[in-house]
Design a protein around this ligand. Structure first.
Ligand SMILES: Nc1nc2c(ncn2[C@@H]2O[C@H](COP(=O)(O)OP(=O)(O)O)[C@@H](O)[C@H]2O)c(=O)[nH]1
Ligand SMILES: [Mg+2]
Ligand SMILES: [Zn+2]
Length: 316
């Protein structure tokens, strides 16, 4: 049989088949994925094959025999074993990054770091500018400007209000048929948005968070939820970040789509767009075709230590 992993709690996995049947599954013996040193071989979002067996009480249990190829996965470094990673979730179609201009402020440096990480993970990001109901004209103009900057380089941007329901139908339409995650600083309105999309779901995720706080402190587990309109979301209680991505200096600009598009026009094919002559990226910057804030973020990431990739407080 084949199904998707909805929950993993250490040695047990909750797997749901395409027909909606739910099985408790485990892994028999050692199970290793090629190329990934991970503390958990199977993650939420994985599509797995399993055989049915019976436990001592004659209850059906599944034995996972294979993991299908992953489209993507997000990891965090394991706390105890530094060389190993913990796979938080796999096969994520898209992440919605919630942004507020004030209360709390979301800076472009944060947005850009988030986008770079998502690009490195091959996860599509949609930008949701929340709380538009509360903004004055100046702040709304800032939203418009930012939306223009990010649309121009290929990111979908929507102004929403989780409180009043503005454009929530648009968000739901984008979620249909897909696996989504929500991210953004604490206080930007993630819980309010989830509540606007499906009130019952918020209760479920709250229950998990409470469980987590009372339970073991070492490991947190993601969980997938089915919504009532053919959409799935992955909630990651207690996991603050998207994880850490190790990148080479030359690689970073590849995750800025507008830089990547110009790279072939730079004189040197290993150009990192700093002081090299005949650099197409710097020329575009000077011609205002690349936003100054994007280039500033790029320099920060390039010059920064590893901590710049540690994206704490993203998904609280
Ligand atoms: N005015 C306004 N306030 C909002 C909106 N969405 C959320 N809030 C408020 O922002 C605060 C933080 O929201 P919450 O959903 O808890 O944020 P989270 O930390 O990202 O889950 C709460 O007081 C919400 O009522 C919105 O669209 N407009
Ligand atoms: Mg919340
Ligand atoms: Zn260049």
């Amino acid at each position: 049989m084949t199904g998707i992993v909805y929950k993993s709690t250490g040695s047990w996995y909750t797997v749901k088949t395409d027909l909606g049947a739910i099985y408790r599954c485990r892994i028999k013996g050692k199970f290793r994925m090629k190329g990934i040193k991970s503390t958990n071989p199977v993650a939420v979002g994985d599509r797995v094959d399993f055989d049915l067996d019976h436990d001592n009480n004659d209850e059906p249990v599944g034995v996972i025999t294979a993991i299908h190829d992953r489209k993507n996965y997000i990891v965090r470094k394991s706390v105890n074993l530094s060389k190993q990673t913990h796979i938080i979730a796999a096969n994520i179609d898209q992440v919605f990054l919630l942004i507020t201009i004030d209360n709390p402020p979301t800076f472009t440096s944060f947005i850009d770091r988030f986008l770079v990480t998502a690009e490195a993970y091959s996860i599509k990001t949609i930008l949701l500018f929340n709380k538009v109901d509360s903004y004055d004209e100046n702040t709304l103009n800032e939203v418009k400007y930012l939306a223009h900057v990010y649309r121009k380089i290929g990111y979908e941007c929507i102004g929403i209000s989780a409180s009043t329901g503005k454009n929530i139908e648009k968000v739901k339409a984008l979620m249909t048929g897909k696996v989504s995650m929500f991210a953004g600083h604490s206080g930007v309105g993630k819980s309010t948005l989830v509540n606007a999309i499906e009130p019952e779901l918020d209760l479920k995720t709250k229950a998990i968070s409470t469980q987590h706080m009372q339970g073991q402190h070492t490991t947190t587990f993601a969980e997938m939820f089915d919504l009532c309109f053919d959409a799935k979301i992955i909630d990651t209680p207690g996991i603050k970040g998207f994880g850490v991505v190790d990148m080479d200096k030359e690689e970073i600009s590849d995750y800025f789509p507008e830089f990547f598009a110009l790279k072939q026009d730079c004189k040197f094919n290993n150009c990192i767009h700093i002081e090299e002559p005949q650099c197409a990226v710097k020329e575009a910057l000077e011609a205002n075709e690349i936003a100054a804030s994007r280039y500033r973020s790029y320099l920060q990431i390039l010059e920064g230590d590893e901590d710049h990739f540690r994206t704490e407080e993203w998904m609280k």
